[in-house]
Design a protein around this ligand. Structure first.
Ligand code: PLP
Length: 384
């Protein structure tokens, strides 16, 4: 009991928690990546209100920068408040209406999350098969369309769980549109790091997260929809199951009215503004080229260490390098060693590939020669 009558021990004593001193890690895992100092600086600038005229201007700028980065003219381009799963659920939960059929891939962890979200939205889910570690084959996608006639087709452009980049995107979107379906692309691990052309490739809806190739803390997640997709969303008979992510309501805040819907995460919007400004300064195509070059050196260095990549060169994903764990090596022990001895984060495999691969990210501000040298020498030591 406490000394103060009527108060329990817990109520009377303030927790003795010290100042925040997180370790200074080098982040080379599947995200978050190292945050650019300019982004951290932007996050320490003063807060304004979410309807302040100065913030409304910032919102316009973020939308413009997002359009540039997605390579789109879509009016409907916003940062969704929340992590990548929020922009993902905003895409799926608004586009999939009860009774709609959504076609999803089986070739990785995040196709499984698409399935789960589509089911919660009241959709029926059908699958197009490909093994983990392989991209979708357009022939299989066409066959799945002929068999199931889905209303919505989702695919993962950059599968973080397998290190596979989906090639032939325009071929996939053509198949979907010939069957009058809408296309949702998961671009969480590609936006700002890997070639992605939303308009040219005819993607109806694309979503992403800021903590990968944009090198920004999680909290405001990019989403873009073309008019065709937005017409479906605004014409729904039943409202989406989530109030928070209902795009017809968010339209009031991010559209012309700029009226209250929820209090935007101001600091995260500052952060993504700065992160996207860095993309624009570098140039999007130059940024894609940098990721390929720096990750190419990482891949070559890993191979020199005798390690094998999980994905063949044709669909290697520069932003996420999946490396096979050699026989007899304990993947978790290596990960722990790198963290303890080098303050360096890499990650293990997920789902079907758990224990079989390491996942080494090369994203945004982490995609620098210095980081590559560091990860290669640390791994060489860990494997010695
Ligand atoms: N989709 C992909 C391909 C991802 O890699 C991730 C996160 O790693 C997500 C969706 C979900 O994003 P978040 O973890 O930010 O909610």
């Amino acid at each position: 009991m406490s000394n103060t009558p009527g108060l329990t021990e817990r109520e009377s004593e303030a927790p003795d928690v010290g100042e925040l001193t997180p370790p200074d890690r080098t982040l080379m895992g599947p995200g978050p990546s190292d945050v650019h100092p300019r982004v951290l600086k932007a996050m320490s600038t003063p807060l304004v209100g979410h309807l302040d005229p100065s913030f409304v201007e910032i919102m316009d700028e973020v939308q413009e920068l997002l359009r540039y980065t997605f390579r789109t003219d879509n009016q409907w381009t916003i940062p969704v408040s929340g992590t990548g799963s929020a922009s993902m659920e905003a895409a799926i939960g608004n586009l999939v209406e009860p009774g709609d059929t959504m076609l999803v891939p089986t070739n990785g962890y995040f196709g499984g999350r698409m399935k789960s979200m589509a089911e919660r939205a009241g959709g029926e889910v059908v699958e197009v098969d490909a093994p983990w570690g392989e991209p979708l084959d357009p022939v299989d996608v066409e066959a799945a369309f002929d068999e199931h006639q889905p209303d919505v087709f989702g695919f993962v452009h950059a599968e973080t769980s397998t290190g596979v980049l989906q090639p032939n995107v325009p071929e996939l979107t053509d198949i979907a549109h010939e069957h009058d379906a809408y296309v949702i692309a998961d671009c969480v691990t590609s936006l700002g790091g890997v070639e992605l052309r939303v308009d040219e490739w005819d993607i109806d809806v694309a979503y992403s997260g800021p903590q990968k190739c944009l090198s920004c803390p999680p909290g405001a997640s990019p989403l873009t929809l073309n008019d065709r997709a937005m017409d479906k969303v605004l014409g729904r008979e039943e409202q989406p199951r989530s109030w928070y992510l209902d795009l017809s309501l968010l339209e009031g805040y991010w559209g012309d009215d700029r009226s209250y819907h929820h209090t935007a995460p101001i600091t995260n919007v500052y952060a993504i503004r700065e992160a996207l400004r860095l993309v624009a300064e570098e140039g999007i195509e130059e940024r894609w080229a940098r990721h390929r070059a720096v990750a190419g050196d990482l891949k070559a260095g890993l191979q020199e260490l005798g390690l094998e990549m999980n994905a063949p060169d044709e669909y290697w994903l520069p932003s996420l390098n999946a490396v096979q764990v050699p026989d007899g090596v304990d993947d978790g022990a290596v990960i722990d060693y790198l963290l303890e001895e080098y303050d360096l984060e890499i990650a293990s495999g997920l789902g079907d590939l758990e224990g079989d691969i390491w996942r080494i990210g090369c994203m945004g501000y982490s995609a620098r020669p210095k980081n590559v040298e560091y990860v290669l020498s640390a791994l060489e030591d860990a494997l010695a």
